[in-house]
Design a protein around this ligand. Sequence first.
Ligand code: DGL
Length: 269
Amino acid sequence: MSSLRPIGVFDSGIGGLTVARAIHDLLPEESILYFGDTAHLPYGEKSPELIQRYSTRIARHLVKSGCKAIVVACNSASSNALQAIISEVGPNIPVIDMVTPVVKYVTQNCAQACQVGLIGTRATIASGLYHLCFKELSSSVELISKATPLLASAIEEGFFNDSISQAVLDAYFSDETFHNIDSLILGCTHYPLIKSEVKNFLPSRVSVIDSPSIVAEALKSVLAEMDEKLHASRQMKQHHFQVSDLTKNFKFSARHFFGDDLILEEVVL
Ligand code: DGL
């Protein structure tokens, strides 16, 4: 298997670009094939069956396009479709999800007893996967979760760092749910775009977990284990961005993360 093959990264829309950017920063020698399923977002409001159907279709497409590893840069898909994606791509293509590496990281960095907050889409919170993973890995973490379904759609529409995102956050953070937490997981890949706004609603002692860079590190370790796939040629590096519906918002956000000079196309699966 050639090291020149790209890393496949997908999400329902722009959120996974936060993960793609972290991968680009950590592994600048790797090329990325990104797929944003803009025709079908938000995933967070879909049933597990539909999320599985969309996710496996994208994973199949990324493998057919020659990807050597798949990063599920969407918590809703990671929480509801991971096993289906793994079965779809088979044993030779590693699949890195958003939940497992972050739960491991938090567990390793948590003191004897700590309270961890989690916000995410309805589909992510309803799956209970974060709870399950923490239960398996640690008895010292108490997880407090809350679905914040308006946030991803607002961010996808470009409403961040403005009065609309402030009002939505105010509604979600005005009660005492997260009063005693030590850290907060942004359990949706759209949310890093409002990280500084979220911080303003929390006491300064609360650390907000940087999921994209944790997942990029997990990818790096997986690639290192399959060492012939590391260190792709520098000359060959070129990111490609594909969407199921070419929206203005996606173009704007892709440029925000990767500059003007990017290859962006609509691909109907
Ligand atoms: N960015 C996705 C996630 O991490 C979901 C946003 C959505 O489509 O609802 O869950």
